[in-house]
Write a protein that binds this ligand. Structure first.
Ligand SMILES: [Zn+2]
Length: 408
């Protein structure tokens, strides 16, 4: 993600939030869970436990956030993971393992990047999701390099998809280990947590279900040198362009610009892009002080549901204690600011852009202001809060469950 327009964003922050549109928030969601169902959902999903997101220190095992849970798991190599522990703690252990595997420098084209990719693929294959690797080469300021996006889908027969995405590469820092915890190891771990939490519900879903959920892990989001149209967003630019002219059955369909919508009706086959109901991009998550503003007026109906879920979970004390109190007692926002920001969807450049420019409805969830650690060596496990990651995983899990109508 890039910072152009950033100072402008800061200046306007205090005055841009306007009132919500008053649209009926329930119309496009299949269901809304009641209090007992929310408790059941959050309580039964081990992956949503706060402990699942406590990051390990890579170099100093003695300095873990010490409790038995973490000490039991973080010293283990994924290959040697004890199956009995895995069964007992289900998703939480796997998310903890994912975070451990993700919190490493993972620059596109490197061996570590491939290791992280393999880890994510292993996680989703174990859950029996369809996994597609979108591999390609691209010229970069560092020469021609290989990239590979990961696309994981539970029910690839569904005609409509709710997409959640994050980037798994980390920014290149010459000679230094940049971890990129918020950028975007934590967002990737949140996606993995959601997958673990909803997987049993998806398995029980009708195979003929109209709508499913898809996770995209982008490679090559970061610029190698300076953020520009050609040095950034390698993975999302490639996938959006490919999906614009590709149908779900693998056939090619004619390209048309998003501005000539009248031509769509003459195409019998829909591009894969047209099967995306909404594309939710997570970036720069995990800093405990972050809040998020609605940058996309077209998807306010989703944003207002996020606001609503935050309030419902807080009222049931199902967010972390500090955030629940913030909402319940101080009547403040924990994460999602209501209303619509006038920054617009162009203010912050990110992996959503190639999709937005082709007409895909976007929800851009990114910390505004950016975390203080952004693109510094401090964007590491010391500067993220497991409660924040857990709270956000819970909120997005409920969003997906309610959108797809997955009953507890
Ligand atoms: Zn970045």
């Amino acid at each position: 993600m890039d910072s152009y327009g950033w100072r402008f964003v800061l200046l306007l922050l205090a005055v841009v939030v306007t009132s919500a549109t008053g649209r009926d928030l329930r119309t496009r969601f299949a269901t809304q869970l009641n209090g007992d169902e929310l408790r059941e959902m959050v309580g039964s999903a081990a992956a949503l436990r706060h402990e699942a997101f406590v990051p390990a220190k890579r170099h100093d095992n003695s300095d873990y956030n010490s409790n038995d849970y973490n000490n039991n798991y973080f010293n283990r190599d994924f290959k040697h993971f004890d199956n009995s522990l895995l069964i007992r703690d289900n998703g939480a252990a796997l998310v903890a393992l994912s975070l451990h595997n993700l919190l490493v420098p993972r620059v596109s084209g490197s061996e570590a990047n491939a290791n992280v990719r393999n880890h994510i693929v292993t996680v989703f294959k174990a859950l029996q999701w369809s996994v597609e690797i979108d591999a390609f080469d691209s010229e970069t300021p560092h020469g021609k390099l290989p990239f590979a996006n990961i696309v994981a889908t539970k029910n690839s027969n569904a005609k409509h998809k709710l997409v959640l995405a994050a980037h798994y590469d980390s920014k290149f820092f010459d000679g230094k280990d940049f971890i990129g915890a918020t950028d975007s190891a934590i967002p990737c771990a949140i996606l993995i947590a959601i997958a673990h939490a909803i997987n049993p519900l998806l398995e029980a879903q009708d195979l003929l279900a109209r709508t499913t959920v898809q996770f995209i892990f982008f490679d090559g989001e970061e610029a190698f040198v300076n953020w520009s149209a050609t040095d950034s967003l390698y993975g999302s630019r490639h996938l959006a362009e490919k999906w614009e002219t590709l149908a779900a059955d693998g056939s090619t369909i004619p390209s048309f610009s998003s501005s000539t919508k009248s031509s769509q009706s003459s195409n019998k086959k829909k591009s894969i892009l047209k099967s995306i109901d909404a594309f939710i991009l997570l970036d720069l998550l995990g800093d405990p002080t972050s809040t998020f503003i609605n940058l996309n007026s077209k998807t306010t109906w989703i944003w207002e549901r996020l606001v609503n879920i935050e309030q419902r979970l807080a009222s049931l004390q199902l967010l972390s204690p500090q955030k629940s109190e913030l909402v319940n007692v101080q009547n403040e926002v924990a994460y999602f600011v209501p209303g619509i920001s006038t920054f617009g969807s162009q203010a912050i450049d990110d992996d959503h852009r190639p999709f937005r420019d082709r007409g895909v409805p976007i929800v851009h969830v990114i910390a505004v202001p950016f975390p203080k650690t952004w693109h510094t060596l401090n964007d590491d496990s010391d500067h993220v809060n497991p409660n924040t990651a857990s709270d956000l995983a819970r909120i997005f899990t409920v969003l997906v469950v309610e959108y797809l109508g997955l009953l507890v």
